[in-house]
Design a protein around this ligand. Sequence first.
Ligand SMILES: Cc1ncc(COP(=O)(O)O)c(C=O)c1O
Length: 479
Amino acid sequence: MEIRVPTDNGKPLYVRLHDEIRAQILSGALGQGARLPSTRRLAEELKISRTTVEEAYAFLAEDGLVHIRPGQGAFIGCAGISVEAAEQMRWEDKLTPAVLRIHQYRQQEGHIEHGPRGVISFTSLAPDHQSFAVDAFRKALNDVLVREGGVLLNYGYVRGYEPLRRYLHEYLSGKGVRMDGQQILIVDGFRQGLELTCRALVREGDLVLCENPTYNGAIGVLRTLGAQIIPIEMDEEGIAPEPLEQALRMKPRLLYTVPTYQNPTGLNMSVERRRQVVALCARYGVPIVEDGFNEELRFRGDAYPSLKAMDASGIVIYIGSFSKVLFPGLRVGWVVAPDALFTYLTDAKNNADIHTGLLQQAGLYEFLARGHLEKHLRFCRRIYRERMEALETALKRYFGDYVSFVPGQGGFCQWVAFPEGIRVRDYMDKALEKGVAFVPGDVFYPLGGGENRMRLGFSRLTPEKIDEGVRILAQVFER
Ligand SMILES: Cc1ncc(COP(=O)(O)O)c(C=O)c1O
């Protein structure tokens, strides 16, 4: 038995000694019933105080690993058992089709190279953390913790923190959503909201409609569930009514749509088209899952009502998120669903993770209740509009007519079309070598396409970096 004191890792000496002996007991290196060295001997050998050894032994006794018999010494209780190395488990043979589907999709998508540090990366749609009102959030979190105490560190309700649910109820009513007969479920960001909703409504092999192109995160969720995705073409007003109606005749389970500042196209569906989409889906009895993830990020043009606000027959399930308007790291989003569906979504949420973290919900609520969202939005709109304009100006300046794009109205990205026949993926490595990363358009097409498209996210780049990045990209494309 050789006991050494592990090097200083910031923990007190007696804890380090305890950890060392515990590791030896649990690995089977110290056998059951064996007697530990006396405290006097070990203290001398290790040149530490006897009290430290006594404290370590007492700690081991508290763990139930050692019995201290007064006058006799310390004896090891149930020791770990060292086992022969067995044949390795072949985990690949045990995986389910669902997890293999998501893995396969992630592999394809994984070809998005974000590049190492220092690269001018147009790949992200995250907000710029430099814009975060950290102090105000810290104060809100602190105050709510002082006020509510340990309750916030205990289990909460599945459906979410009540003050936050009430806040959202009022907020949505203020945006014209009829909340009677509707309930709010707080979830871990949009992605979980979509997962829970689709898990409740979509069976393996079911048809699900979406825009073509659409958010790759949603494609991943739908693929995992084994849905057959039917992408519907868009025109300049949004999802096109004729192909939508044709697809609705095939009795799909639902339509997933991002009407406002869509990812990846940035398109803002026209009001008339919104009305048409809701009316068509209502006529065919097909639910709509509306992704409202960034509808507050309006930098130009009018604000349009959500589909949920136009929904007289209760067919729209609205999923919102604080990931773009505030802080994605909090993982807080919400689902607005009709009463009849809410119970099932709540069951699914309970199964998944019991509830969304209470502390972040409470901190967020306090931050919102103090009016910080409005302040933050005013500030964000200014900085992100500047970045959006910088990108449009740089694209015109360095690419001229070679590429086309529609000037954006909101959101964090610009969708750029290169001439037919150009495969933007072929330019990715060269762009990375020169220090620029972008997302190739094909990842947003569930059934292929978009090889000549590129998504450029501008939210985390200053106007100067945007200009430099686009200048480099133009060199890469030999413009
Ligand atoms: C279309 C779309 N919906 C939702 C989200 C936000 O997801 P979450 O709230 O899970 O962070 C994103 C993020 O990029 C997105 O692009």
